[in-house]
Ligand binder design. Structure first.
Ligand code: GTP
Ligand code: MG
Ligand code: ZN
Length: 317
């Protein structure tokens, strides 16, 4: 497990946990590498992985969490504390419930593919969510081998790099873009997220050929809702850095943060907002709105503006 500097607060907390015990080596620190249902896998500092139970009332534990485990409870280990998180990637599921995806991440790869076709509304929801949670977002378009001769088939190249987002195009099948992808992962804690079937586990497996990672077979890949990966899993990469493969999402609605206007998650809208007549302009139908003007001239992409309006409406409902 990579060594990591602890914040003062984290050190204090561990100290407190250790002081609470007369046997200080009864507690060990670890990294959560997988969590599904009540079963949690923790990697200890000596790189062994142990199955743990969770002390009740601890709250949600997620892949990437640094935890303190109690070792006196053998044959079972028990997680008794979660160290302070640098961040927590969250989303809202189809039932309006908050769902945690991963903790202590440094970048999010929003994985799309030429098939199933990218949903730009979902992409913009992801980007808003990442902005709200101060997590670097990178857009990955996989299965580029299936794009044929079509130039920019989904308009991604036209819209997103101009906003400062990194867009990489890959093919696990032909190897196109894979070295670029690999280079972006070095020394980062990256999460791959996206709908089922875009190739998240295939990308992970390309990087870690010795790991047994389940990938949809061609026949399964044609079925709706196959959801091959059932639990998130954190892997250490040989070139440095960690990678978290996650199960396919049906939606990635942003975790709504009411303290900051939605427009802050749309870079081009945020940039123009200061030029609107009203300081609290929501860029819907207000007079002298710089955003509406820019959407009219095409300076703001139509899909981005429409997605902004749709999210605004959803946030209000
Ligand atoms: N043509 C082509 N097929 C690919 C590529 N990458 C992955 N696939 C295929 O896409 C299908 C789905 O791949 P997975 O890696 O299981 O997809 P996933 O995103 O992990 O899916 P879930 O675990 O269900 O969320 C498999 O049949 C892969 O072989 C690619 O670059 N090109
Ligand atoms: Mg998968
Ligand atoms: Zn405006």
């Amino acid at each position: 497990m990579a060594k990591r500097r602890l914040s003062q607060q984290q050190r204090k907390r561990i100290q407190a946990v250790q002081n609470a015990s007369s046997e200080s080596d009864a507690h060990r620190q670890g990294l959560v590498v997988s969590h599904r249902g009540g079963q949690i896998l923790v990697e200890l500092e000596d790189a062994t992985t142990v199955e743990c139970k969770i002390k009740s009332n601890l709250g949600t534990i997620v892949c990437g969490d640094r935890v303190v485990i109690e070792t006196t409870t053998l044959p079972e280990y028990r997680v008794i504390g979660i160290l302070d998180r640098d961040n927590l990637l969250q989303r809202v599921d189809g039932f309006g419930q908050n769902r945690v995806v991963a903790a202590n991440v440094s970048q999010l790869f929003i994985c799309l593919a030429t098939s199933p076709e990218p949903n730009l509304y979902l992409l913009d929801q992801y980007l808003l969510s990442a902005a709200q949670q101060q997590i670097e977002a990178c857009i990955l378009l996989n299965k580029i081998d299936l794009a044929g001769a079509r130039q920019d088939p989904f308009g991604l190249r036209h819209i997103y790099p101009a906003l400062g987002y990194q867009l990489i195009e890959t093919s696990v099948k032909t190897g196109v873009g894979m070295e670029q992808f690999k280079a972006l992962l070095a020394d980062q804690v990256s999460v791959l997220s996206g709908v089922s079937g875009v190739g998240k586990s295939s990308l992970t497996s390309w990087l870690l050929p010795r790991e047994k990672i389940k990938i949809a077979s061609i026949s399964e890949a044609n079925e709706e809702g196959r959801h091959t990966t059932r639990a998130s899993r954190l892997y250490h990469l040989p070139g440095g850095g960690d990678l978290i493969d996650t199960p396919g999402v049906r939606g990635f609605s942003p975790f709504i943060d009411n303290t900051s206007p939605l427009a802050n998650g749309f870079r081009e809208i945020r940039e123009l907002a200061g030029q609107c007549r009203f300081h609290n302009c929501r860029h819907r139908n207000e007079p002298h709105c710089a955003v509406i003007t820019a959407a009219g001239t095409g300076a703001i992409a139509e899909s981005r503006y429409q997605n902004y309006l749709k999210m605004l409406e959803q946030a209000a409902s």
